[in-house]
Ligand binder design. Structure first.
Ligand code: NAP
Ligand code: MG
Length: 505
C-alpha cells in the first residue's frame, strides 16, 4: 500500500519540480501515488511532476468541501472578513506576480504580454468580487395584505469547477473568486495539460486565510476525476469551461441530481468590418481578435467579414500586418504569438487548414506548421488567413482553436448579420463602424453573449462573459455570477394582530 505523504502548507517556490494536490488545506500526494508530467509547449521539455488525482482523491476533496460548507466554517464568516480575505489573495498574487507569469508561460507556451495580462486580470477578479460581494444582497418585497417578504442569498454549497488549458490561472480565478465570495466551497479540477498555476492559486488561498476544505485543487483526468465530480450526489453545482461536446455530456450527467450548471463553451465568433469603419483600427483590432493567445481563445474572432467595397484595401493591410507578427521565445517582449498547447492540437489545426484547401479555399498567409529557431521541439503554427470560403466548409463552421482566420466579403448590413448569426455558436462578436446607429442596430441583432464595438477586448472584471446558443449559458466575471453561486431564499411572514384561519374551520 502506498503511504500518503502529507505536509503542512508552507510557502514554496512557485516554480519547482513537484506539485501536490490541495485537499482540506493541505498539500497531499495522490492516494494511488500516481503522478503525471506537465510540459512546456514552446520547448517540448518536461517541466514538473504533479500528483495525479483519482476518484478516491475526488472523494476526499468533496468530503473536505462538504464538511467545510456544512459546518459553516466559511459561509458564516462576517461578510467584511470574507471580502478582506479575497483582497488578501489578490495582494499575495500581486506580490508574486512575476512568479505566476513565469509559471504560466512555462506551462502553456503563451507569450509574455498575454500571460501578464491574464495574471493581472486574475488578480483583479479577486479584487472585483471582494467589492461586489458587499453589495450582493436579497430584497424586500411588497406583498398585498399584512404580509412581509424578504429574500436572502445563500451559497449554493459545494461547487465542482472544471477548467480548460487555454487560460489556466484566469479561468481558475473566474471560478474560485465568485464562489468563495458568496461562501461556497470548491473542488477545482484544472486541465492536466496546464495544472500548475491553479495549484499555486489554491496554495495562495490557504495562505490568505481561507479555511481548510473551502478550496481544494485536484488535477487529474477529466474523464475520471471530472466525471466523478459531475456525477457525485454531494456536489451541488458544476461550473465548467471547455468544449461544447464535453459541456453537453456534463449537463446530461449533472441532471441526475439536478445540480446547478453553468457552461462556458466553444465559439466561432464573427468580426464584422463595415465600409464606414476606421480601417487602421479595424485591421489592428481584427489581428488581435484572432491571433491573441495564439488563437486558442474561446471568443477568438475567427470568422472575419469585410464589406465588399473596402475588402481589397482592408485585406492588403491585414495580411501585411499579420506578416509582422513574431513567433518565438514566449519570454521575449517582442513575441506576439506563442506556442500551440501540444502536438495533438497542432495536428487538429493543420487538419482544418488542409480541409479548407481541399474544399477549394485560398491560403493568403501561413497555412503550415512553423519552424521557430531555438524552439525546434516546440509546437508552432504560422498565423493563417484563409479566403475564398463558404459557410458549408468545416473550417468555417467548426471551432479551430488556433491562429487561423477565415475571411469573406459581404454586400450589406442585412447579409453581414445573417452571416454572423449563421453558426451554432454565439459567444463573442465584433463590429467595426464609425456609425453609432449602425453599431447599436447590429449589436441588437447579433446572437452572441458579447459584442465588441470598435474594441479588441472582450473581458474585464465586472463585464458579463458567456454565450448564447451552443456556446453555453450562465455569465462569469460579473455581479450576475454571484447569483449563479447562490440560492434565493424567500421568507414570508404575517404581521397581522388577528390569527389567520384559511380553512375557516
Ligand atoms: P475540454 O477538452 O472540454 O476540457 C475542459 C476540461 O474538462 C478539462 O479540465 C478536461 O480535463 C475536463 N474534462 C474532459 N472530459 C471530461 C468529462 N467527461 N467530465 C468532466 N470533465 C471533463 O476543453 P479544452 O480542450 O481543455 O479547452 C478548449 C475548449 O474550451 C474550447 O472549446 C474553448 O472554446 C473552450 N473555452 C471556453 C471558454 C469560455 O469562456 N466560453 C473559455 C476557455 C475555453 P483533462 O483535459 O485534464 O482531461
Ligand atoms: Mg504544460
Amino acid at each position: 500500500m502506498t503511504t500518503v505523504k502529507e505536509e503542512k502548507l508552507e510557502k514554496l517556490d512557485m516554480k519547482r519540480d513537484t506539485y501536490q494536490l490541495i485537499i482540506n488545506g493541505r498539500r497531499v500526494e495522490s492516494t494511488s501515488g500516481e503522478t503525471f508530467t506537465s510540459y512546456n509547449p514552446a520547448t517540448g521539455e518536461a517541466i514538473a511532476t504533479i500528483a495525479k488525482a483519482s476518484r478516491e482523491d475526488a472523494e476526499k476533496a468533496i468530503e473536505a468541501a462538504r464538511n467545510a460548507f456544512d459546518k459553516g466554517k466559511w459561509k458564516l464568516f462576517p461578510l467584511n472578513k470574507r471580502a478582506r480575505t479575497l483582497n488578501k489573495i489578490a495582494s499575495i498574487m500581486r506580490s508574486r506576480f512575476n512568479e505566476l507569469v513565469e509559471l504560466e508561460i512555462l506551462d502553456t507556451g503563451k507569450s509574455l504580454s498575454a500571460a501578464q495580462g491574464q495574471v493581472m486580470q486574475a488578480i483583479e477578479d479577486f479584487e472585483f468580487y471582494a467589492g461586489a460581494i458587499v453589495g450582493h444582497r436579497g430584497s424586500v418585497n411588497n406583498v398585498p395584505g399584512q404580509f412581509h417578504n424578504y429574500t436572502e442569498k445563500e451559497p449554493v454549497g459545494v461547487c465542482a469547477q472544471i477548467i480548460p488549458w487555454n487560460y489556466p490561472l484566469m479561468m481558475a480565478a473566474w471560478k474560485i473568486a465568485p464562489a468563495i465570495a458568496v461562501g461556497c466551497s470548491v473542488v477545482v479540477k484544472p486541465a492536466t495539460l496546464t495544472p500548475l498555476t491553479a495549484i499555486c492559486l489554491g496554495e495562495i488561498c490557504i495562505e490568505a486565510g481561507v479555511p481548510e476544505g473551502v478550496v481544494n485543487i485536484i488535477p487529474g483526468a477529466g474523464s475520471e476525476v471530472g466525471n466523478h465530480l459531475v456525477e457525485h450526489p454531494k456536489v451541488d453545482k458544476v461550473a465548467f469551461t471547455g468544449s461544447t461536446p464535453i459541456g453537453k455530456d456534463i449537463m446530461e450527467k449533472a441532471s441526475q441530481s439536478l445540480k446547478r450548471v453553468t457552461l462556458e463553451l466553444g465559439g466561432k465568433s464573427p468580426n464584422l468590418v463595415f465600409e464606414d469603419a476606421d480601417i487602421e483600427a479595424a485591421v489592428d483590432g481584427s489581428l488581435f481578435g484572432i491571433f491573441y493567445n495564439t488563437g486558442q481563445s474561446c471568443e477568438a474572432r475567427s470568422r472575419l467579414y469585410v464589406h465588399e467595397s473596402i475588402y481589397d484595401v482592408f485585406m492588403e493591410k491585414f495580411v501585411e500586418k499579420a506578416k509582422k507578427l513574431q513567433l518565438g521565445d514566449p519570454f521575449s517582449k517582442e513575441t506576439h504569438i506563442g506556442a500551440i498547447i501540444n502536438k495533438g492540437q497542432l495536428e487538429v489545426i493543420d487538419g482544418y487548414v488542409q480541409s479548407a484547401k481541399e474544399d477549394g479555399a485560398n491560403i493568403l498567409l501561413g497555412g503550415k506548421i512553423a519552424k521557430v529557431e531555438g524552439f525546434e521541439d516546440g509546437f508552432w503554427y504560422e498565423p493563417t488567413i484563409i479566403s475564398g470560403v463558404t459557410h458549408d466548409m468545416k473550417a468555417v463552421k467548426e471551432e479551430i482553436f488556433g491562429p487561423v482566420v477565415v475571411v469573406m466579403p459581404f454586400s450589406d448590413e442585412k447579409e453581414a448579420i445573417r452571416l454572423a448569426n449563421d453558426s451554432e455558436y454565439g459567444l463573442g462578436s465584433a463590429i467595426w463602424t464609425t456609425s453609432h446607429a449602425r453599431a447599436t442596430r447590429v449589436a441588437k441583432q447579433i446572437q452572441a453573449g458579447i459584442v465588441m464595438v470598435n474594441c479588441p477586448f472582450s473581458a474585464f472584471p465586472g463585464t458579463p462573459f458567456g454565450g448564447y446558443k451552443q456556446s453555453g449559458f450562465g455569465r462569469e466575471l460579473c455581479i450576475e455570477t454571484l447569483d449563479l453561486y447562490t440560492e434565493t431564499k424567500s421568507v414570508i411572514s404575517y404581521f397581522g394582530n388577528r390569527s389567520l384561519n384559511p380553512f375557516g374551520v
